[in-house]
Design a protein. Sequence first.
Length: 272
Amino acid sequence: MTSLALRGTTIHYDDSGPATGLPVLLIHGHPFNRTLWAPQVAALVAAGHRVVAPDLRGYGDSGVEEGSVRLDAFADDLVGLLDHLDIDSAVVGGVSMGGQIAMEMQRSHAGRVRALVLSDTSAPAETDEGKAVRNKMADRLLAEGMDGYAGEVIGKMLAAYNVTAMPDVATRVLAMMRSTDPRGAAAALRGRAERPDYRDTLAAVRSPVLIVVGADDVYTPVADAEALRALAPHAVLTVVDGAGHLPGAEQPDRFNSALLDFLTTRVIAAAG
């Protein structure tokens, strides 16, 4: 793990694999940290790729953030990290909120995005009802901490049947959620409530896009993923059976197979 003083905070990150490999930036969702991507990092490095997996500000080992952090602030952090690592452009992948941050990078820093990987995420702006829910949850996390919330949502983060069928995965996911600083989680919830609509951004993408979704995701169901595929001109969709909102954790072999195939056939092959 390495750290970088960046834009008023400290960002911790892992930079794995050969420096000459295809750079892949992996963005975790809420309320997790960079270790969510451990199965993907191992597979990508074994395939010869370079993988950068940061903790977003307010999450994991990175500096705690209070107030509100918008998605463009996260995206600016990640561009600063790429600058620090002398990476001109990368395959940018994210899950859930991380997918929305990836879309924000495409919107505001398109030249830094070589291809997009969007897992279990959605493009439209938040509804008024959704804004109220996110702000209310932010208040709750600050007042009560993460434990109660984590216990309530584990059966939605993972497919409900995987909570008992995959106890090691459930334990790992719960530990990440419970260890998140509620101040960082609340700040991200407030900022995410104000996110823009990314549908026009996706419609304008001319680079390769991989969309992945768990077949039993209740937060961003398959229909949401199909809507993303319909928007992006060069998108391919993989539905991962036996998974909910976190297919990379629930079914890592299936997720990794789709990701590695995409990088080989759509990204590297396109570069000639």
